[in-house]
Design a protein around this ligand. Structure first.
Ligand code: CP
Ligand code: NVA
Length: 317
């Protein structure tokens, strides 16, 4: 049954119930099937969406653009150099201007507080296309990919290796807690998840009765045992380039190489990465190219899931 998410912001998955997230995944699968047969029934005809980017993007930008056009909407790309946001103009003023012209606003940038402020003042749905703290649209794509491969999410074990405090680590932990996956964060002790967020996710798992568990460890071989999914991300995120050498020293034992990938004891284990990947750092070429690597299915699913978020919040459903 369709749920009404019309007018909602999409800032982190914390704001959505288990059922609402499952609904977005169902809608993504429907829209994906519709696109496969080129069924033409645009659900966002006449809408205009603003795509604000403070940071670079391939997948997120293209996913929002193609998804909007597929559904009959007009996307407008606005890089930080094109508009006054945060330089000559307050975030809240830009939000109120864009909100009067656009039906929805995507923001990718640094501070999570900026996307929150945009959402507070725009008067139109704001979608988080990645901040330093969270990357929620990526998690929808990841969960759709896992579900397509295994047929279910609940009870699956997902291990995130590397900088587990980054936007992907935070968001995967929330997504797993909501949807009932067993989440293991594995990295150097100094880069294990924020304790407050771990407690919050444990509470989310209990409240949504999802059955999820959260584990944090610095032992990679122990972490991956029995994993259905080994997931990794870059060792230093956009804006952290100065930390490259320090992170490489700390995280080299957590590289997803063939020895680690085979240590799950499970021949069905899949490899996932939000991309872009730094091959030779967090993942080796042979794992990246392995038949069980679903990185490009995952990348494609960015488009179907982002489409679902836009259709659900501003579309004709
Ligand atoms: N995964 C992801 O968000 O990729 P982009 O940085 O290319 O958008
Ligand atoms: N953690 C990475 C994710 C890129 C999609 C970054 O923020 O750069």
């Amino acid at each position: 049954m369709a749920l009404n998410l019309h007018g909602r912001n999409f800032l982190t998955l914390k704001d959505f119930s288990k059922r609402e997230i499952e609904f977005l995944l169902e809608l993504s699968a429907d829209l994906k099937a519709k696109k496969r047969i080129r069924a033409y029934n645009p659900l966002m005809r006449g809408r205009n969406v603003a795509l604000i980017f403070e940071k670079a993007s391939t997948r997120t930008r293209c996913a929002f653009t193609v998804a909007a056009i597929d559904e009959g909407a007009h996307p407008e790309y606005l890089s930080k150099n094109d508009i006054h946001l945060g330089t000559k103009e307050d975030v809240k003023d830009t939000a109120r201007v864009l909100g009067r012209m656009f039906d929805g606003i995507q923001f990718r940038g640094f501070k999570h507080s900026v996307v929150e402020e945009l959402a507070r003042y725009a008067g139109a749905p704001v979608w988080n296309g990645l901040t330093d703290d969270y990357h929620p649209t990526q998690i929808l794509a990841d969960m759709l990919t896992v579900r397509e491969r295994f047929g279910s999410l609940k009870g699956r074990k997902l291990v995130f290796m590397g900088d587990t405090r980054n936007n992907m680590g935070n968001s995967l932990m929330i997504g797993c807690a909501k949807l009932g996956l067993h989440y293991t964060a594995c990295g150097d002790k100094s880069l294990l998840p924020n304790e407050d967020l771990v407690r919050e996710c444990e509470k989310i798992a209990a409240e949504s009765d999802s059955g999820a568990t959260i584990t944090a460890t610095d032992d990679p071989m122990q972490a991956v045992r029995g994993a259905d999914v080994i997931y990794t991300d870059v060792w230093y995120s956009m804006g952290e380039e100065a930390k490259a050498a320090e992170r490489k020293a700390l995280l080299s034992p957590y590289q997803v190489n063939m020895k680690l990938f085979k240590s799950t004891g499970n021949p069905e284990t899949i490899f996932m990465h939000c991309l872009p990947a730094y091959k030779g750092n967090e993942v080796t070429e042979d794992v990246f190219e392995h038949p069980n690597s679903l990185v490009f299915e995952e990348a494609e699913n960015r488009m179907h899931t982002i489409k679902a978020v836009m259709v659900a919040t501003i579309g004709d459903i």
